[in-house]
Design a protein around this ligand. Structure first.
Ligand code: IPM
Ligand code: MN
Length: 358
């Protein structure tokens, strides 16, 4: 039997609830395909600060480094958002983990599900058929540049090296080559020096991928194009902060941010997490959509070279969507809780048949 170690960081808010469902689904996959997944739980984010004083305790980092993959729920707590003077913040845990694990590429797939087209505030005919893969650079740019503060001024610098651009660009080009062959670089090269470096490096690398067509868009225009005509995009490659902003915007196409998974990869262990936040208002109410976490688990399976297993999870999620087994943000009258949606998916994987949730 194949044996894999998965570190689970449930985090804050709805993080633990959606993580439970993703773990439930991974357990169903292990049972169905006769694998052994060993889960080890660790603290990160606000819960880790409460417990240990640190958003990323050393034992959490160790648990991640020893694992084959990391599954993360969500982190963040409003008590820090309202306090600009907080010395430690939950986000430092996530950013520190991305940096420490060298997770330089963040993959965020955005698809419009046929059955959910009506749920998007955008016109169905505009978004039908959308299938975008965003490559967000994850360990550079303003997030990690030199920062400073005096009484009346503050700064965050944006720095990128040729190498930092090149390594994520290669991954994006390879993905584009295996998809529809279009890569769009999103930058602000009319204003920013870092963006001009991105263009230079991407133009150079493009020569190695003659089958990939490259488009260049300024980020302001890209923000507009994304909701005007999302089908023009295949792979989007962009720097850290632009990718953060554009991926939330793109989630509107799918009808709910509760559907969007992500994979953060580097040269070692990889991390999988929904792109949504900790949604503290929903904590404990059973209304959080576990699908983004479950689809993140599917990306985790792909990463472990378990392609058939990953496909099975995606198909069952699709089945749940088609059968209206949805949480309330996608169906106001839905009687299904986070836990019931997760159980439906787990049982369906195991039985190979649809079972109504209890
Ligand atoms: C994300 C989140 C994080 C980010 C926050 C929580 C630091 O918004 O993963 O998109 O900005 O990267
Ligand atoms: Mn974000």
């Amino acid at each position: 039997v194949l044996e894999k170690k998965i570190a689970v960081l449930p985090g804050d808010g709805i993080g633990p609830e959606v993580c439970n469902e993703a773990v439930k689904v991974l357990k169903a996959v292990a049972e169905k395909y006769n694998h052994t997944f060993r889960f080890s739980y660790a603290l990160m984010g606000a819960c880790a600060i409460d417990e240990t004083g640190s958003p990323l305790p050393p034992e959490t980092l160790e648990a991640c480094q020893e694992a084959d993959a990391v599954l993360l729920g969500a982190i963040g707590d409003p008590k820090y958002d309202q306090n600009p003077h907080a010395k430690v913040r939950p986000e430092q845990g996530l950013l520190g983990l991305r940096k420490a694990l060298g997770l330089y590429a963040n993959l965020r797939p955005v698809v419009a599900y046929e059955k959910l087209l009506e749920h998007s505030p955008l016109k169905p005919e505009r978004i039908a058929g959308t299938d975008i893969l965003i490559f967000r650079e994850l360990t550079g740019g303003t997030y990690f540049g030199e920062k400073g503060r005096t009484a009346d001024t503050a700064f965050d610098t944006c720095t990128y090296s040729r190498e930092e651009v090149a390594r994520v660009a290669h991954l994006a080009f390879k993905a584009a080559a295996s998809r529809h062959g279009i890569l769009t670089l999103v930058d602000k090269a009319n204003v920013l020096e870092t963006s001009r470096l991105w263009r230079e490096v991407v133009q150079e690398i493009a020569k190695q991928y003659p089958k990939v067509e490259v488009a260049y868009l300024f980020v302001d225009n890209a923000a507009m194009q994304l909701i005007l005509n999302p089908r023009q995009f295949d792979v989007i490659l962009t720097e850290n902060m632009f990718g953060d902003i554009l991926s939330d915007e793109a989630s509107v196409i799918g009808g709910s941010i509760g559907l969007l998974p992500s994979a953060s990869i580097g040269d070692g262990v990889a991390l999988f997490e929904p792109i949504h936040g900790s949604f503290p208002q929903a904590k404990g109410k059973g209304i959080a959509n576990p699908m983004a976490a479950i689809l993140s688990a599917a990306m985790l399976l792909d990463y472990l070279n378990l392609a058939e297993e990953a496909k099975c999870v995606r198909e069952v999620v699709q089945k749940a969507i088609n059968s209206n087994i949805l949480t309330q943000e996608l169906n106001k009258k839905s009687p299904y809780t986070t836990e019931q949606v997760g159980s439906f998916i787990a049982y369906t994987i195991l039985e190979g048949v649809e079972v109504a949730p209890h």
